[in-house]
Write a protein that binds this ligand. Structure first.
Ligand code: G1P
Length: 284
């Protein structure tokens, strides 16, 4: 049902300097795979067939990652390393289904998404933030399964003192899994937050959201916020939040990134045993 996904990858990644000086933060690996690849695979698992990357300067490694690497493929093939060759080839999508558009300056998530406006059609599209890494089932697939029109976000409960890091919803009817959203505010202080239900970086948005974004209004942090454009649609389109079944890691923070590496390592059949014993030894 959702065939197109947008991946905003134009951010500077300043929280991970110096690692991100010459390398996109979306290429940071969790175990053996870059963050952006997890997001792309999650979208593909939900039925997405067209992938739009909103990039910026210094992001060519992302383009190279999803393309042929002739020298590498030839070498792996000559050496009979078939398994590694399959891994490298498995990230190639249908010709023409991966698109790139440059965001000339980081002006906010809403601005990044709006930069993709000429590449989307008349149908709803998914938006995935690679910083939010989800272990377990595909969050976007779970959203698509619950989707029946309008705008949708993935949500999770966060500690009250962390509302300032998220878009926070004003909940309406809530069956414990799907929440009707009656309001949405970007990064409120804990004492002003309408709830502790936070938006995680997974969205399904209608083409109308792009029309609202075209006004280029600035919100929290002086940036053009996707949150604000979604909030403006409330009343004219359904807006729902979906609590997903997987575990989310905030790979935009050092702690979350380290936690993701440990959790994904413990979830990896080859690494699990040795990693677990090393951790137990280390922590006692
Ligand atoms: C973005 C969104 C915010 C959302 C968050 C999820 O913020 O603007 O609404 O809750 O992603 O990770 P950022 O983390 O890019 O500041």
């Amino acid at each position: 049902m959702i065939k197109t996904a947008i991946f905003p990858v134009g951010g500077l990644g300043t929280r991970f300097l110096p690692a991100t000086k010459a390398m996109p933060k979306e290429m940071l690996p969790v175990v053996d795979k870059p963050l952006i690849q997890y997001a792309v695979e999650e979208a593909a698992e939900a039925g997405v067939e067209e992938f739009i990357f909103v990039t910026g300067r210094n992001k060519t490694a992302i383009e190279d990652h999803f393309d042929h690497s002739f020298e590498l493929e030839a070498t792996l093939s000559a050496k009979g390393k078939d398994e590694a060759l399959d891994v490298v080839k498995s990230m190639l999508h249908n010709p023409g289904s991966v698109m790139y558009v440059r965001q000339q300056q980081p002006a906010g998530l809403g601005h990044a998404v709006w930069c993709a406006r000429h590449l989307i059609g008349s149908k709803p599209v998914a938006v995935l933030l690679a910083d939010d890494l989800i272990l377990g089932a595909s969050c976007v697939r779970e959203m698509v399964e619950s989707y029946s029109g309008g705008n949708m976000v993935a949500v999770m409960d966060v500690p009250q003192d962390q509302t300032v890091a998220y878009g926070i919803v004003t909940p309406g009817a809530d069956d414990g899994r799907v929440v009707q959203i009656e309001g949405l505010v970007e990064k409120p202080d804990p004492d002003e937050a309408p709830s502790n239900i936070a938006v995680v970086g997974r969205y399904i948005i209608t083409p109308e959201v792009f029309e609202t974004l075209a006004a280029q209004e600035r919100g929290a942090g002086g940036e053009i916020q996707l949150t604000d454009a979604l909030a403006k649609q409330i009343g004219s389109a359904p807006f729902t939040g979906v609590r997903f079944s997987g575990e989310r890691f905030d790979c935009g923070s050092k702690l979350g990134f380290l936690q993701a590496n440990v959790a994904f390592g413990l979830n990896n059949g080859t690494l699990e045993g040795d990693l677990r014993s090393w951790l137990e030894e280390r922590l006692t």
